[in-house]
Design a protein. Structure first.
Length: 439
């Protein structure tokens, strides 16, 4: 089939290459000429395992191309809308300007061309899809909107796109919606053939499924982090606790890793946008709950800074801290709303000299602007440090031999912000080990 993907950020670029991998002819479109030039040359604007290989393979096979011209979308059976919905500059709401701009530009290009499907994948506040569908009809009466949210995780983006755990269609009522679902079924045929669960519903439910899923994940993390505080106060161990409650499959083991909290381009901005939208709709309790999840999450960052000050301060002025990890999680170079960088920056604010290292070089780019010194290795980051903070659980850090750092640091104090290290091993090497909610 012919497929266009509008917006070639994290979601769109991976979606475009993955749709080509499923056998479709795909054009990826973005207004950012630099990004399009990079992708066309087989270069990836971000680090994502497996993506570079897939991109080059699909480009070489001629099934994937990129363009800055919306006209290139015309003639496709399905147009996937994959533009970003970041947090607004002046509020907690989602900034929908890119979604509207992309839709306007696509609508103008389509005009009254033959029947086609527009599949919205961006995360939007409930009510957006219906408004977009009405707008689309004004310019392109033969185009039908489906809301088809995406659940991919960074670090597993290719796998999650090609082997999603579910597919959700928010459909226009009646035959038109059913027709559009049939077209999307053909695009996703290899995925559906594996009996991937598919939920057909209305626009509003599809929009809410996405933000509810991310909110629930965020809630699990903030829940366990709040418990971790009580564990710290009592000497209990949150890792053992999470393992024990997670055996109950009504609770589940996943997303109960206590630590410095969640970051990234999705969870934080999605719970804030959802809280804003819920409040507008009279859902005050939900708005409050989401606000509390956010506060607990941000509290983990300040709590970690206080821990550093308790261990090596209280005055941090002139103290040297080595930070391992800048990305918001391992296997990505994404630093959007990264707890690791936020903590590093807060330590600088308190007068500390902070050096940082991340295996993904691009994750270090924002450091200098925050007064944090980027370095090229673990040794360089921890050299002369009074405390070492492991803030992103990259395999390189989990596998570190603590004894090999003994001669480099000034103080053997380690804060394991992700409860990812082998505490016994670090203690055996003479380190004063501190996890989050662990003894
Ligand atoms: C998240 C969701 O997991 C995806 O399902 C969703 O599609 C995506 O947002 C999106 O909306 O596009 P992602 O942002 O890639 O995916 O990251 P997660 O794997 O969810 O991790 C988010 C943050 O939570 C990270 O900072 C991670 O370190 C933290 N985390 C995760 C914890 O602190 N504890 C945990 O137990 C799990």
């Amino acid at each position: 089939m012919r497929v266009s993907v509008i917006g070639c950020g994290y979601l769109g670029a991976v979606h475009a290459a993955s749709m080509a991998q499923l056998g479709h002819n795909v054009v990826g479109i973005d207004v950012d000429a630099k990004k399009i030039a990079l992708l066309s040359a087989g270069k990836t604007p971000f680090y994502e395992p497996g993506f570079a290989e897939l991109l080059r393979e699909c480009l070489a096979e001629g099934r994937l191309s990129f363009s800055t011209d919306m006209a290139a979308a015309v003639g496709a059976d399905v147009h996937f809308l994959c533009v970003g919905t970041p947090q607004s500059a002046d509020s907690l709401a989602a900034d929908l300007r890119y979604v509207h701009a992309a839709m306007d530009s696509l609508g103008a290009a389509l005009g009254d061309s033959p029947p086609t499907v527009v599949a919205g994948k961006s995360t939007v506040p409930v009510g957006t899809a219906r408004a977009l569908a009405e707008k689309l009809k004004l310019t392109s009466p033969n185009a039908t909107l489906v809301w088809n949210p995406e659940f991919l995780r960074e670090g597993f983006a290719v796998k999650d796109t090609i082997q999603p755990d579910r597919i959700v269609y928010g459909l226009a009522p009646g035959g038109e919606g059913q027709w559009a679902a049939g077209v999307l079924d053909q695009v996703y045929a290899p995925i559906l053939a594996r009996e991937t669960p598919k939920i057909e519903t209305d626009y509003e439910t599809a929009e809410l499924v996405k933000v509810s899923a991310n909110s629930f994940l965020a809630m699990k993390i903030s829940f366990i982090n709040a418990i971790a505080r009580v564990c710290d106060a009592t000497g209990a161990n949150v890792k053992d606790l999470a393992g024990a409650i997670g055996i109950d499959d009504r609770i589940g083991k996943k997303f109960l890793r206590a630590g410095i909290g969640f970051g990234g381009g999705c969870l934080p901005k999605d719970i804030r946008a959802f809280a804003t939208r819920a409040a507008q709709l009279g859902g005050e309790d939900l708005a409050e709950l989401l606000g509390q999840i956010d506060r607990i999450n941000l509290g983990q960052r300040s709590w970690t800074v206080e821990l550093v000050s308790r261990l090596v301060g209280p005055d941090l002025a002139g103290k040297t801290v080595g930070v391992l990890g800048a990305a918001f999680k391992p296997d990505t170079d994404d630093t959007r709303d990264s707890p690791a960088l936020a903590i590093a920056a807060a330590l600088v604010q308190r007068g500390a000299i902070v050096r940082i290292y991340d295996p993904a070089e691009a994750a270090l780019l924002p450091a200098a602007g925050l007064g944090v010194e980027p370095t090229g290795s673990v040794a360089a980051a921890v050299g002369g440090a009074q405390a070492v903070l492991v803030l992103t659980e990259w395999a390189e850090f989990k596998e570190l031999d603590p004894a090999s750092l003994n001669g480099l640091v000034e103080g053997r104090t380690v804060i394991d912000g992700r409860n990812a290290l082998d505490a016994q091993r670090w203690r055996a090497a003479g380190w004063d080990y501190h996890g989050i909610g662990t003894r």
